[in-house]
Design a protein around this ligand. Structure first.
Ligand SMILES: [Zn+2]
Length: 414
């Protein structure tokens, strides 16, 4: 397949990572990008054209599959929102058929906004998580989906026996390992060890989760320091010296660990996260929606922490990673930090997120990279704008997504 237009290529010349615009075309074959050419458009092509932008597919590094049906439940703080809205919705995944049809629905939505990869939470339900993993593999996405671990401080419908849910997670790890060489060729789906957060996990469950992740060198996803009342509750349940140490003691910090939010951290905590090469997932839309606070990106990256970006649906309300990236710029401005450029923000939502996940061949337009691509057709005069990519990002309209290519196949087309 030949795709032509203005390519968003890796910018290797500037000091900070980013993307650059260049007219040209690319050819895909067998799920890979096999040729990339800058210059005039070819005489014939399959997708794109003059005025089209060709971007790597977007990567969402923090979201909750069962929460797409509760977007917009505003006016509550995190802990009330969990009890009143989130847990009742997640309880519906006790029915695996429901989980499957919902996952299909969510994937349709992701593709329509150009998201081709994601890291997400399922629920405490094993069968439902299996269906979600199967569905992602069948639809061709690159995804990491985990069964949520909860054994305390939650409604009965969400509570699980610690040993049982650890055993179930191990079954998933055997079928959906984190290492590509352990997976069947072409399968781009893994599971993650997924303790929801320290409040809803006993010390024993956290430790078992850490041991299990270490045994399988698996991805880990959890939440950390999203809001102040959460910090107080964690201190009461798990003791000191701080929230991050609770995960560190349990062996849950590793280069494969994604920590959602990371708003309220001490110097010691930032040091622990940096030393263990764990990743802090910035979720700007959820942070503002639940009035949790503002992540200080500069402070975290200054401490040597790798950052990623996530929608955190449904605490976050934006499905489009372009709009999440835009919110990241706005949040950074509010935190009085140096705001990333549109180029750097676009890089973050694509190659930057891929790098944070250890996926060097994803999220970028270059030879031999995975053919996950978005064909974008803006209806504004972006090409002659003062800041073309800034215009595309801030004027963004989901209707501009003309086609989404996943693993070399057109998976969505208008
Ligand atoms: Zn979350």
């Amino acid at each position: 397949m030949i795709i032509a237009g203005t390519l968003l290529l890796p910018d290797t010349d500037s000091e900070r990572p980013g993307v650059r615009l260049a007219q040209g075309w690319l050819r895909t074959e067998g799920g890979r990008i096999v040729e990339v050419h800058e210059g005039g458009l070819p005489a014939s092509f399959d997708l794109g054209g003059d005025g089209h932008l060709i971007s790597p597919g977007f990567i969402d590094t923090h979201m909750h599959l069962p929460q797409f049906d509760l977007i917009g439940a505003h006016g509550m703080s995190l802990l009330d929102w969990l009890d009143q809205v989130t847990f009742p919705n997640e309880a519906r995944w006790a029915d695996p058929d429901y989980a499957l049809t919902m996952t299909e629905r969510v994937i349709d939505q992701l593709l329509s906004v150009g998201t081709t990869s994601f890291v997400g939470y399922a629920t405490v339900h094993h069968e439902a998580t299996k269906r979600a993993l199967d569905c992602c593999a069948r639809r061709g996405l690159r995804a990491v989906v985990g069964q949520v671990l909860i054994d305390q401080e939650a409604p009965d419908s969400m509570l699980r026996d610690a040993d049982e849910c650890i055993a179930e997670t191990e079954l998933l790890l055997n079928d959906w390992p984190s290492h590509p060489e352990q997976r069947t060729p072409g399968n781009r789906v893994s599971t993650a060890v997924t303790p929801r957060f320290a409040i809803t996990c006993s010390e024993g469950l956290l430790k078992a989760a850490g041991d299990l992740a270490k045994k399988h060198d698996a991805y880990i996803q959890t939440h950390l320091a999203e809001m102040l009342p959460e910090l107080e509750a964690v201190a009461k349940l798990h003791g000191g010296p701080d929230y991050t140490s609770v995960y560190h003691r349990a062996g849950l910090l590793s280069p494969r660990t994604l920590l959602g939010h990371c708003i309220y951290l001490s110097d010691n905590e930032r040091r622990l996260i940096a030393e263990t090469s764990s990743v802090a997932a910035h979720c700007p839309t959820a942070n503002s929606f639940l009035r949790s606070g503002t992540m200080n990106r500069e402070q975290l990256s200054g401490a040597g922490i790798t950052l990623s970006l996530g929608s955190d649906i449904g605490g976050g309300y934006e499905r489009s990673m372009v709009r999440v990236a835009r919110s990241m710029i706005e949040a950074t401005l509010h935190a009085q930090c140096l705001a990333p450029s549109a180029s750097e923000s676009w890089w973050q939502a694509t190659a930057g997120n891929a790098d944070a996940l250890g996926w060097p061949g994803t999220g970028r337009i270059q030879e031999n990279a995975e053919a996950d691509l978005v064909v974008i057709q803006p209806d504004i005069r972006w090409q002659t704008a003062h800041n073309p990519l800034g215009m595309v990002m801030f004027a963004w309209d989901d209707r501009w997504v003309n086609a989404t290519v996943v693993n070399g196949e057109v998976a969505y087309s208008q």
